[in-house]
Ligand binder design. Structure first.
Ligand SMILES: [Zn+2]
Length: 361
């Protein structure tokens, strides 16, 4: 019995030892697995943050899109600051649009002076820009009556099409610079028709009422013994001895035009002014007009000696000037002269206030 008891006890002890060993073994295994699971969970947490930043950037990308509207208000705030700049500019812009919108086909029609026989020399102005371009017809009266009719055609055209005059320009037309010479040939004051020219000999209508050739009466190389072709003409007693030339000179001094264009007939071409040397701005104007109107352009008029010419006198005033000689003594060379006129207006619309004043050679 005692032995069997001892043996039973030892068996129990052995079982206990086995159980303890198993438990120890289990513990060791558990810690091992828990350690690996910790390292796994660490790996997960370290992996998880990497995917997490991915959504967070997409969140940030969305955030800017939601933040864009908040930027847009700042942009709309900028426009509100921009209109303030525009509002500063507006005072200058508003009068300009007011000028454009106001239907003023021509602003001014006035007499710049009177002829020997008391006839008005009339100017017509279209628009009121700072760059004044003056056109003059009829310096040689009824002898070159087509230059007067052409000037009235120009007036009629721009009366019907005022928008064709650039806003920075004033177009000024004096259709008849020698109204007594016009009257002698047409028996009309102001407007007339080609049919009103009934006399065979228009030559006496070239001069003013006391027989002076007004285009020999200006103060550039003036000479008493002036000529037209090979015959002597009356140049007046001295430069500006005639009321017609005085009136035109004073008007030019008053308005200070950017350029002056004279219509004559008929030598078919554009002739730049010189006094006595070539004046480059005049030649440039001649090229602008001549190219548009398809006239030959000449540096100066050299068919015969010219003294006291109006166009040449403008060189002494640093004002570019040309003489446009029509092809015939009857035609208007229309629409060529319209194209030339438009080209000259557009040319001076682009000229700044700093137009070269001393470019004469
Ligand atoms: Zn002439």
């Amino acid at each position: 019995m005692r032995l069997s008891l001892v043996s039973i006890l030892s068996i129990i002890a052995l079982i206990l030892v086995i159980i303890i060993l198993i438990l120890i073994g289990l513990l060791v295994f558990q810690t091992a697995t828990s350690a690996s699971s910790i390292s796994q969970s660490i790996q997960i947490t370290t992996v998880q943050p990497t995917p997490l930043p991915k959504p967070s950037p997409t969140m940030r990308l969305i955030e800017p899109t939601t933040a864009v509207p908040t930027i847009i208000p700042t942009l709309t705030n900028q426009p509100t600051s921009l209109p303030t700049d525009a509002a500063v500019l507006n005072p200058t812009a508003t009068p300009l649009t007011a000028v454009i919108d106001t239907p003023v086909p021509y602003g001014f029609e006035k007499s710049i002076g009177k002829s020997h026989q008391g006839r008005d020399i009339v100017s017509y102005q279209f628009k009121n820009g700072p760059n004044k371009v003056l056109f003059v017809g009829g310096m040689h009266g009824g002898y070159e009556w087509n230059s007067i009719v052409l000037a009235y055609h120009i007036i009629d055209y721009f009366m019907a099409n005022p928008a064709d005059v650039p806003d920075s320009v004033s177009l000024i037309v004096i259709p008849s610079a020698n109204p007594d010479g016009q009257y002698l040939v047409t028996q009309k004051e102001g407007r007339f028709q080609p049919e009103d020219v009934k006399v065979e000999d228009t030559f006496p209508g070239r001069f003013n009422a006391i027989g002076v050739d007004l285009n020999r009466n200006w103060d550039c190389d003036w000479r008493e013994d002036a000529v037209w072709r090979n015959q002597p003409v009356n140049a007046g007693t001295h430069p500006f001895s005639e009321p017609e030339t005085q009136a035109l000179r004073d008007y030019i001094w008053e308005i200070k035009p950017r350029a002056v264009i004279f219509w004559h007939s008929s030598a078919n071409g554009v002739y730049a002014a010189r006094c006595p040397e070539l004046f480059l701005p005049a030649l440039q104007l001649g090229e602008v007009f001549g190219e548009a109107a398809n006239y030959p352009v000449h540096e100066y008029f050299d068919y015969y000696r010219i003294n006291g010419d109006a166009s040449d006198w403008l060189v002494t005033q640093n004002i570019p000037s040309i003489t446009v000689e029509l092809r015939t003594t009857k035609g208007l060379d229309w629409p060529q002269n319209l194209a030339g006129t438009q080209a000259a207006l557009d040319y001076y619309a682009q000229q700044s206030e700093l137009f070269p004043k001393n470019s004469a050679k």
